[in-house]
Design a protein around this ligand. Sequence first.
Ligand code: SDX
Length: 428
Amino acid sequence: MTDTVKLNAADKDLDLKVLHGSVGPDVIDIRKLYAQTGMFTYDPGFTSTASCDSAITYIDGDEGVLLHRGYPIGQLAEQSSFMEVCHLLLNGELPTKDELDKFTYTISRHTMLHEQLATFYRGFRRDAHPMAIMCGVVGALSAFYQDSADITDPQQRMIASHRLIAKMPTIAAMAYKYSIGQPFMHPKNELSYTGNFLRMTFGVPAEEYVVDPVIEKAMDRIFILHADHEQNASTSTVRLAGSSGANPFACIAAGIACLWGPAHGGANEAALNMLREIGTVDRIPEYIARAKDKNDPFRLMGFGHRVYKNYDPRATVMQQTVREVFAAMKVSDPVFDVALKLEEMALSDPYFIEKKLFPNVDFYSGVILSAIGFPTTMFTALFALARTVGWVAQWNEMIADPEQKIGRPRQLYTGPTQRDYVALDARS
Ligand code: SDX
């Protein structure tokens, strides 16, 4: 285990410190590089850059490993609940029975939205994308919950975290109700976190909504699979926004905006739309050819990952959950057959093998969400709902770090060197 590496730069021989984590790649500490050499490192997509140290989630992309506070995602998906995983991510340990009951009770007491926020929805067109509504309404929370916006107060940080975790299902369900012109359903706190969400989404005032335990379990597992994922683009956005001292609601709204992109959380919506466009198994070769064609911007949505160069362990659980939900609901969907065949054909194609492109968490999620009854436009909103706990856990970790500073990357400047202003009448 080396503790320093040598670098010769700007005619200087430097010994740079190597920092070691509990598992995974070591890092070269380059914090003093610019002061010592007048040079920056260059890594636009952060493919080789650790932006922070964190104790929350560990990913081994080559081995397809995902741990939350050390616990493998497969075990959590199989044996835990989303409320337990929220406690684990936020507090670092699986809760005792009493701790879980207390945490669940606390979250349930924050599920309601300030009544004025309901009027925000009326300002949107009915066909507004739910993610546009989520960005707007979550950002607006900072106008209503100023009593938990002081980021220097750990207690206020935790209240804001609980509020965000608790209110996202209500906000997402209201976005869906608004899009279909149905009345908003208020939370019913004797239900589970996930059961409450299903009732607010699919229930109507005219009749009692009965939560289907199979759907509730599948939804809860889907939330677990999306809870956190190291320093992905939206989490990095939340950290960068938080590093300026912005309030937690504004930071999470920034994360939602970033997640919306089709290269990130928007891929679940894009993947199901792609599978539906392919439509039948016989059309798969045409789309695989397009994905391989350098001159065609088309990519297989739900495939590939910056970190996973092996199967995304979440996709494994997701595919298994599709089978369980379909069997329990006694439904099938030709889109699932297309997805399975597409995966089989892609994973036997040299292009995907060489580039280590495997299905990711977004490839199968849409198949289940569609079977449960969600429109594709709601898929990324559900991803944001689940990822909120990861965002707030990472945000809390950063704010609590006494060494954290405002994030302020530099650049390689390629524009014009200094030149003098030219008066308008002298320009040709
Ligand atoms: C999520 O970071 C996270 O952890 C994210 C996430 C989380 O939980 O937070 O896991 C959630 O965002 C999952 C990813 C969802 N996105 C998609 O499914 C969109 C489709 N996939 C890609 O666009 C792509 O794979 C990315 C964005 C996911 C990763 O892109 P990278 O790491 O920057 O890789 P790249 O774009 O440089 O691609 C490397 C090569 C390229 O070919 P070459 O230029 O080297 O010849 O692989 C090709 C790409 O063209 N490639 C694909 C492809 N993905 C990459 N070719 C066809 N189809 C694809 N899906």
